[in-house]
Design a protein around this ligand. Structure first.
Ligand code: NAD
Ligand code: UFG
Length: 340
């Protein structure tokens, strides 16, 4: 089956391309390389010995997108990763986030409809649950958002649901990721954030590498096991496999499908730091700082629907996440090279 992957050169996209190729799919990637490297695509190809059809294109270029679909008439489904994803940046540049994420998605859906490609898997986020009243989080919990990035996710979910209402032949899959971390165990592909990382795991690995002095732990007065924030971290390879399962399961049945992809287990910041130190035998200096504005105390999934319907559950634990994140950082201290 031929799958079009938007944002396939990025962190989650590159790992998913590898799983798709391993599952026997043909893969075309469309990415503007705004937050990624062409080298990620070559490395995926090397890892599995198969080719990816890579097209450098911005989703805002609807005519370019039309050409892609016209040249690849056998595309059966789209996995839509392309988007901007930094919460803080979205507060500073809301118009850019709405423009890129919403218009990019509208263009994509428009061209898919023109070509009668009606199967889409969308990268949503646990951020659509806002501040949950109880834990673990189920898919039918109320949704709300606190920043423009989260709002784009929720708006896109609604747009896709409306597309399905207008034409019930569509298969719409909304995957709500919890906190993806780690890297492929080969250490060959991984997360390559530009500038100082916002997220916990890449920050820890850069402290471990000596590129950053110390970790700032944002708050130790939350009502959690040790006062630090609790999240549901999942290995990016498990997450990538979730996309393949979701595509397979929804292949023959139209509808809107929503799944939480997480482990179902919450871990605190300090649990993460201590596991990283123990597994990799490296000290991570840290200090306690005030809470980060907008953060919630705890967030973890009830992933049982994904298990029941997709037969998907995570296989890697926190130790493997820490091992593989460090393995990637160690082997690629400056991320992907410009050329290879
Ligand atoms: P990423 O930045 O590594 O990948 C996104 C890719 O999309 C990049 O390669 C970027 O160049 C590309 N892109 C952005 N705008 C584009 C456009 N207009 N046209 C073409 N390409 C464009 O991010 P990621 O971590 O791999 O995340 C993938 C998706 O999953 C995103 O939609 C993100 O919001 C979502 N998500 C990520 C997380 C996380 O913690 N990483 C959590 C929940 C949801
Ligand atoms: N944290 C620190 N120090 C840091 C970075 C993070 O203590 O330097 C703490 C945070 O306060 C939080 C936890 O580590 O308690 C995780 O923070 P991340 O920034 O790694 O992840 P978030 O849960 O805040 O957000 C991530 C993505 C969002 C996405 C959300 C749910 O950044 O885009 O997961 O999927 F919406």
């Amino acid at each position: 089956m031929h799958i079009l992957v938007t944002g396939g050169a990025g962190y989650i996209g590159s790992h998913t391309c590898l799983e798709l190729l391993n599952a026997g799919c043909t893969v075309t990637v469309v990415d503007n390389l705004l937050n990624s490297s062409r080298v990620a695509i070559s490395r995926v190809e090397e890892l599995c010995g198969k080719r990816i059809n890579f097209i450098k294109l911005d989703l805002l270029d609807i005519d370019g997108l039309r050409q892609v679909f016209a040249q690849h008439l056998d595309v059966r489904a789209v996995i839509h990763f392309a988007g901007l994803k930094a919460v803080g940046e979205s507060v500073e540049q809301p118009l850019r986030y709405y423009q890129n994420n919403l218009i990019g998605t509208l263009n994509l859906c428009q061209v898919m409809a023109e070509h009668r490609v009606k199967h889409i898997v969308f990268s949503s986020s646990a951020t659509v649950y806002g501040t949950p009243e109880t834990l673990p989080i189920l898919e039918n919990f109320p949704t709300s958002t606190t920043n423009p990035y989260g709002s784009t996710k929720l708006m896109i979910e609604r747009i896709l649901q409306d597309v399905h209402i207008s034409d019930p032949g569509w298969q719409v899959v909304l995957l709500r990721y919890f906190n993806p971390v780690g890297a492929h165990p080969s250490g060959y592909i991984g997360e390559d954030p530009s500038g100082i990382p916002n997220n916990l795991m890449p920050y820890i690995t850069q402290v471990a590498a000596g590129k950053l002095m110390e970790l700032r732990v944002f708050g130790n007065d939350y009502p959690t096991v040790d006062g630090t924030g609790v999240r549901d971290y999942l290995h990016v390879v498990d997450l990538a496999k979730g996309h393949v399962r979701a595509l397979e399961y929804t292949q023959k049945q139209p509808g809107v499908f929503i799944y939480n992809l997480g482990t179902g287990m919450g871990s605190s910041v300090l649990e993460m730091v201590h596991t990283f130190m123990e597994v990799n035998k490296i000290n991570i200096p840290y200090r306690i700082d005030p809470r980060r504005p907008g953060d919630i105390a705890a967030c973890y999934a009830d992933p049982s629907l994904a298990l029941r319907e997709l037969g998907w559950k995570t296989e890697y634990g926190l130790r493997e996440m820490c091992r593989d994140a460090w393995n990637w950082q160690k082997n690629n201290p400056d991320g992907y090279p410009e050329f290879e």
